[in-house]
Design a protein around this ligand. Sequence first.
Ligand code: ATP
Ligand code: MN
Length: 340
Amino acid sequence: MTHTTTILTGARANNDLHIGNYLGALKPMVDMANTTADKYTVQLFVPDLHSFTTEVDHETLYAMTMRNVKTYIALGFPVDHPNVYVYRQSFISAHSELAWILDCFTSFGELQRMTQFKDRSAKIGEKRISVGLFNYPVLMAADILLYGAKYVPVGDDQSQHLEFARDVAIRMNNKFGNLFTVPASVSEQHKFFGNKQGLRVRDLVDPSKKMSKSDATGKGVVFLNESTVSARKKIKSATTDSYSVVSHDYTKQPGISSLLDVADGFGGDSKEYIATHNYGALKQAVADKVAGFLADYQAKLASIDDRRVEDLLLSGEHAMQLRANETLDRVQRAVGLRAR
Ligand code: ATP
Ligand code: MN
């Protein structure tokens, strides 16, 4: 395998993805993969070991993992491109093995300072807080360092973890020589992936807040697995305002502005709708665009053969195992677990 510069991205999906997740997170990732795959090695991994740091339904976990992969395929991730590898974390044992070694070069205090751990463990409240949740950044560092990945698209909530991956890599390189490729810094990541402030699709009922799967009524959110009839209904009853002007201005007209962005996101032309100043026509256009997308996505998802997914994963895992083991072997020698 040629070692071109590697882009690594995690395939996190769940059953209740909505159009906000799609436009704000998944679509940019799919677009990025499509534009970079010719020049870079693009790795899409399913973080199945990360998926039960907090409580999950273990009976359905495996099926969920497979469904996640299908979701990315249906959304157009270029999985068949020769430079693209799709694999499950737990199928490459080097992730767990390197995580343990990195653990021993990580201080307790370092992980205690991670804001995501603090936030998430505070939310869990009285229930058990697992060591896995505490340790999550170390496994994430292993995910990155095993492949010498330089570019990892990280949201704000993950940038501290990326900094940690860099710190532990530099620490071990200082001690043992050139063990790891140090991933690019957060600011370089933003430069590489484009630093545009992510789109925030608004709740259809209350446009002062963002669309979210935790919406209590479910009326403000359109899910990717929702019927087109129901999606149209929700969009047509979206809260707007009484200005009777279609303009892109999130402070004055958050509802209208979000509809315009959704229209653009699904291939419409917001300028066309701005010219009309007609809320009904705008909603109709957005409903059409979204319904068209949902119908197409759902049909694609249903048509993906299980066998094809298995084959795709097995070939990705085979290739990645070789690469990961190369790194693990180098580390094992360095720390004295193998003969030098
Ligand atoms: P929760 O309500 O549980 O926080 P959520 O609906 O906000 O769920 P997340 O799972 O938190 O979704 O987010 C997954 C990804 O989707 C993140 O990258 C997040 O930034 C993005 N995202 C979430 N909601 C929106 C939205 N309304 N518009 C654009 N991007 C969004
Ligand atoms: Mn959220």
